[in-house]
Design a protein around this ligand. Sequence first.
Ligand SMILES: Cc1cc2nc3c(=O)[nH]c(=O)nc-3n(C[C@H](O)[C@H](O)[C@H](O)COP(=O)(O)OP(=O)(O)OC[C@H]3O[C@@H](n4cnc5c(N)ncnc54)[C@H](O)[C@@H]3O)c2cc1C
Length: 410
Amino acid sequence: MTDHFDVVVAGAGPAGAQCARDLAQRGYDVVVLEAESEDEFPRQSNKSTAGTFPSMMGSFGIPDDVVMQYTDSVVLESPNEHYRQSQPGAVLEFADFKRYLVRDGREKGAEYWFDARVANPVMEDGEVVGVQYAGDQEVYADIVVDATGPSAPLAKKLGVSDLKRDKQAIGVEYELEGIDMAHEDFADLRDAMMLRLDHDIAPGGYSWIFHTGEDTAKVGVCYIKNQTHKDKARDGMGIDDYLKHWLDTDPRFADAERIEGEHHRGSAHIQMPDGLSTDNFMAVGDTVPTVDPLWGEGIHKGMQSGRAAAITADRCFTPEEPDTSAESMAIYDDLWHDRVAPQMRTRLLMTQLLYLASNERYDTLMRDLDRMNMETLSDANAGNLLSIAKLLHVGDAPLLARFLRERLSE
Ligand SMILES: Cc1cc2nc3c(=O)[nH]c(=O)nc-3n(C[C@H](O)[C@H](O)[C@H](O)COP(=O)(O)OP(=O)(O)OC[C@H]3O[C@@H](n4cnc5c(N)ncnc54)[C@H](O)[C@@H]3O)c2cc1C
């Protein structure tokens, strides 16, 4: 076991594992340190609904055998309306997917060390040169990557990441069987991923039903713990209470039962990153954070950021005199802003505006989406301001005024 690598990656989530796959494929010595034990992996980190799209599966060569269910549409639901868009997708078995990334990374030459919780950067002359893990063990590298998700121990200590409490989104989900996936009072959810905007169920957030075959689905709730949530929340209710309330009151779940052991929870921060890299160091995935703020798509984004970090490392190692100074590592920042999350700022604003709207306004939004053409919709989703403006109404003036007040107070 060597104690010096080209790259040490902390965290075997989609972002870190993808970074390691790409680096190993290019022949670099890379080790991934994962806090959990290999026997149980992933346990606490088995947190994701893992709905994704062919663009991710194709770009990163993900095999069919980690897919629970292929879907053919995305449904948006409000309290009284819904909108359906044809769009092929896949709901992954997240644990199988994570184990696949480890297996494939190893086949490409990456090392994986489990039971290796990373605690601190090892510093020399003010620069990170390795990490301390599993208590007092140390391993050294030319480049260190923090891919530990929202815990971000290295990025925080190096002053790269400042994840803010009031920007934290939390989510919880169960897998259920016995769901009426085609209830007459609601949209047909067979072969669909459904997201529901309804403050009675998820104040300041959304809930979801992702079909996983026959009468089973992943069912969950998430929200950002900010002022909007506080304004719309009911006293004393936590996120588990909201999910329970939905399961108790929605007729689709009347005969549904939880599938034992299938319970996922986690968090991510919905904010602009402060920084992304420094000397010999990059932060990827939810450590930064990279998750798309509007609909929580974090797997594809995280893997793209892992790939951008691998490209940067390759670029820094290629010259005869390798250069991993902050200036060189900033290539990663450029790739992140240009390719990984080019519309992050606009999408953060769209998210803030969306969750300020009322349940009645959500019903109107669904009707508007139904009558708009696909091009305008996809432009609006991509952050095009003119297309977003087409979704606004004269009656939205108070909503926009509140949005502006909140923006100014930040
Ligand atoms: C309830 C929920 C539902 C979601 N649904 C979707 C969805 O449908 N589609 C989608 O695209 N995204 C979804 N996401 C988001 C997505 O799961 C995340 O954005 C994605 O997993 C982030 O990947 P990551 O590699 O950055 O971090 P993580 O997945 O958090 O992985 C971090 C890894 O680091 C390990 N680790 C943590 N601390 C340490 C340490 N100190 N030392 C070593 N290892 C450590 C963890 O055990 C874990 O293996 C969901 C998230 C949640 C919480």
